[in-house]
Design a binder for this molecule. Sequence first.
Ligand code: AP5
Ligand code: MG
Length: 217
Amino acid sequence: MNLIILGLPGAGKGTQAKKLSNKYSIPHISTGDIFRSAIKNETELGKKAKQIIDSGGLVPDEITNDIVKERIKLDDCNNGFILDGYPRTIYQAEALETMLEEMNKELDLALYINVSRDELIKRLTHRRTCSNCGAIYHLDYKPPKKEGICDKCGGKLIQRSDDKEKVVNERLKLNKENLMKLIEFYKKRSKLITVKSDAGINEVFDKINDIIKEHVK
Ligand code: AP5
Ligand code: MG
């Protein structure tokens, strides 16, 4: 199953992609996670990406496309993949289409997680992320068992540098413009399915699984 998860910042792309990855045993590929890991490891990519991410901008398409192209070529993607946060521009969507054609692969679904703006802000400002394994928590909706500590690996929970209010507003504005174009792009190709995510994490996961059963052969 080759799946794209679309949605504004805080929609729950990472949360649902991790659960789907466990259930279907296919990799979860998050361009945001790839950039954050590069920043943490102070690589050349990390140095380029840090300022852009901290100000709520987008990493240039060419860099992002190359990363995804190399990643989906790996053997662990033979049975499928879940792309989270990519594509984010029409240029990236077109590049992905070409990559998949070249690999004789087909996209099954572009799943759009639709959440109201007020809810997105609540989700982003109270999110906490494990600095070690990347697990995602929320202070109210999904609190860790022990404050500030990851349930899974014992790592320290942190607030992402781009989850500060000013950067959140910038991210929402920029991503909204691009998202509307992507929705049209995948609608035209009859790949778009929308899931309302005003419900809890597990209820949304159930809805997504019903969609997959119905639409992915
Ligand atoms: P990225 O890391 O992809 O960030 P994003 O798109 O802004 O999305 P988020 O990770 O903030 O939100 P999410 O939808 O994953 O929500 P989550 O599951 O965490 O990208 C970061 C940056 O990298 C970009 O701004 C850009 O600079 C760069 N970048 C990345 N990809 C790029 C690309 N392709 N091109 C160019 N640049 C790129 O959930 C949020 C919170 O809500 C959590 O606390 C969670 O516990 C909670 N939650 C989730 N679902 C529910 C629910 N149903 N009910 C209640 N709470 C919920
Ligand atoms: Mg995410």
